[in-house]
Ligand binder design. Sequence first.
Ligand SMILES: [Zn+2]
Length: 421
Amino acid sequence: MLITDGVIEAVGPARAIEPAPGTPEVDLGAVILIPGLIDAHCHLEWALTAGVAPHADFATWLGSFAGRSQDFDMHHRERATRWGALQAMVSGTTTLMDSGPTGAASAAISETGLRGTTHLEIFGREQGRDALERAVQHAEAVLALEDAAGPGVRIGVSPHAPYTVGPDLWTAVLDHPDLGDRALATHIAESPAEVRLLDEGDGPLAVLFKSLGRVPGQWPGRAQGPVARMAAGDVLRPGLVAAHCVQVNDMDAMTLAALDVRVAHCPTSNSNLQCGDAPVALLQQAGVIVGLGTDGPASAGPYDLRAEARAAGEAAARRGEPRTPAELLALATTGSAEAIGMDHIIGSITPGLRADLVAIQPGDAEMAQFDVAAAVLDPRSRVTWVMVDGQVMIERGDHATVDVRKVIADAQQARADAGLH
Ligand SMILES: [Zn+2]
């Protein structure tokens, strides 16, 4: 492969490539080179929340998590996001789409040398003029984050979910000139409890909101299910990346495809929170672009997309829709790149795309000969080298610019400070 100024110039055997005289050569040895993995949905602010809320049904888990997540101050979040970003990169991720209530991850994404977007999350049920004022405040926060963000980081917007954001505020955010044209993310149709709440106004999430003294988002009309209700409310805009989409039927899949809403499949979280397995085949057959997301350690794992691809395989098998390793790996590369609208820049090893590359040391050399994708996803295989935009970021277990020991020590201290063990 020949890389010039961060761009993949040529791909093929060394003898077929003619670099300019003096071009430095790198021999990575017997490794599998893959495109950098792309996390279409995660939450770096919650990097230290593994075990904070016991895995249970969605509403029970959310009740525990909501109680604990208020405790974390900005100092905690800054240390958490650095640790999360580093975990993602050492797992082979080179681009990630983060969402969080403070936007703290934007600095960590930049410092770690990842590509990425931090979506500032919004929650609220304001109506009318209050919703417009809230959108203005949110726009100010987004613009301030953008001013502070380092190179390579974009600031997007994430109305959190239809049960935490009402239609007036959602529409006000989309209509605001500084917000509506940004990268958009959300959570839709995650749990049976969400469907029950939106359609019937009761169920475990309704009980949770009542116990917290809060009013859930309400989407009027006769449409059934979150996707149909949100479509009727005209908030499903092209390019929106919707995490989960487990509770969707044929009509919902066609609606998402027609409106060009993309899906971030988060199988580990869906499984741990008893949400069910997303109908990925149904979505893809309807024409919906599906990428892969790790969500966060509170409900899933530590930002490891290869583990998430394996979980996607298990989820597909449970649905009787088995996938090949190559198809599973594609979810985290070309699928995610398309989902986040960056497939013209990243997602495959193709001349003209940016050089985001990961070397995998296969755990089983024979398997690597037989099925390269299976060897990549094999848990015995290891990420040994990571390049982003032509710059080597991870080599021989160390990071080019980040003090790994300090990030780990700070993360341990942050967990201790927060009373987490
Ligand atoms: Zn999420």
